[in-house]
Design a protein around this ligand. Structure first.
Ligand SMILES: [Zn+2]
Length: 361
């Protein structure tokens, strides 16, 4: 049976734990069912078609997953866009939230909390509503986008604005269930379904490379682990090159990769137009770097001017993505220079631009 275990000391965690009680290390799931192509439920057009590989008691769903994989190009450079922003609450977070909250609710959670600059909070509020739980989201008073806060409230979530929201949410986690998109290992498991869908959508093949924006790296690691599961099942020949994109100034993973270090670099909190990836200390930074090294991957930084330009180009091409999602397209010339013109590339379009349309136009 699948369970959560500490990455540092190996302790087994309880069902509602978000980190190791003994040493505060992060948790990963062990004894997950192997990927079995014959177990895919073809008639289910949500991520629950992979239910045999998602060992949670499923009680509620908003039909998350099965997002389109669309052909796209910018400045003549081609790629496949995985339209994660078309998930129910408008971001990729719904995959992880759906799996995590079903797990937590089945184990008795009623009041769930998270800290979020927007997308994870909206996702938590939406799924808490679907599952009959109550959600409180701690948002950074300085940087949270107003329209994303309104969205959290519209989904029925409560908001606590805080100048030290990380300390506040840790304190609140003493009495409520911390459904953390950064820490909870069931959240990352849900993100693996993005890789499995991509594999199906390409005719049961892996692309040559996958690029995602990286804050805490939930989607990045989900893609990586999802393709690892396909590799272990003998369904692909190798894992795609994993590409992490961050914004200049908030780039601890890039600086770790540039130094070929095991850990991300120490970063000072900074600002960027990519409000979804303002993460100076990724919880699973070591695992992100290990995935880059294991796949001959790389990490790239893009500046605000390039991000805004890429976002406008994608909007004009019909893709209503948020600013953070545009970091991967802003990096496209750098990516193509490294992987060549003909390599099959998937870029994750992570969040909806409709959430902040007045901020970007
Ligand atoms: Zn531990």
């Amino acid at each position: 049976m699948a369970s959560a275990r500490c990455n540092l000391c190996g302790s087994t965690a309880a069902a509602l734990d978000w980190r190791c009680r003994a040493c505060e290390g992060s948790l990963n799931l062990v004894d997950l069912p192997p990927f079995d192509a014959d177990a895919i439920m073809d008639a289910d057009f949500s991520l629950w078609r992979y239910g045999a590989m998602l060992p949670v008691a499923r009680c509620f769903s908003l039909g998350e997953g099965m997002t389109p994989l669309a052909p796209a190009r910018i400045d003549g450079l081609r790629f496949h866009a995985k339209l994660e922003y078309l998930n129910p609450s408008g971001s990729f977070k719904d995959r992880g939230t759906a799996v995590m909250l079903n797990h937590l609710a089945a184990n008795g959670a009623a009041d769930v909390i998270d800290n979020s600059s927007g997308n994870a909070g909206a996702s938590l509020a939406a799924y808490a509503g679907a599952g009959g739980l109550s959600a409180t989201v701690y948002v950074p008073a300085a940087t949270a986008v107003a329209s994303k806060k309104r969205l959290i409230r519209a989904f029925g979530g409560a908001i606590v604005e805080s100048h030290d929201y990380l300390a506040d949410v840790y304190a609140a986690a003493e009495s409520a269930t911390y459904a953390s998109h950064a820490w909870n290992p069931w959240f990352v498991l849900g993100q693996q379904t993005a890789a499995w869908e991509t594999w199906e959508q390409l005719g049961r093949r892996a692309p040559d490379a996958v690029a995602t924006p990286v804050g805490h790296g939930g989607l990045f690691l989900g893609f990586y682990r999802g393709f690892q599961a396909l590799l272990a099942a003998g369904l692909i020949e190798k894992t795609p090159r994993m590409i992490a994109v961050q914004s200049a100034g908030v780039d601890p993973v890039i600086r770790g990769w540039e130094a070929q270090a095991k850990q991300p670099a120490q970063a000072t909190p900074s600002q960027s137009v990519a409000d979804g990836i303002l993460v100076d200390q990724p919880v699973r930074g070591e695992e992100i770097l290990a995935a880059l090294y294991a796949t001959d991957g790389f990490a790239l930084r893009v500046n605000n001017v390039a991000i805004r330009r890429a976002q406008r180009a994608m909007h004009a091409a019909g893709f209503m993505i948020e600013t953070t999602s545009a970091v991967t397209t802003a990096a496209l010339p750098q990516i193509r220079a490294r992987i060549g013109e003909s390599a099959e590339l998937v870029l994750a379009f992570t969040g909806s631009g409709l959430k902040a349309i007045s901020n970007s136009h």
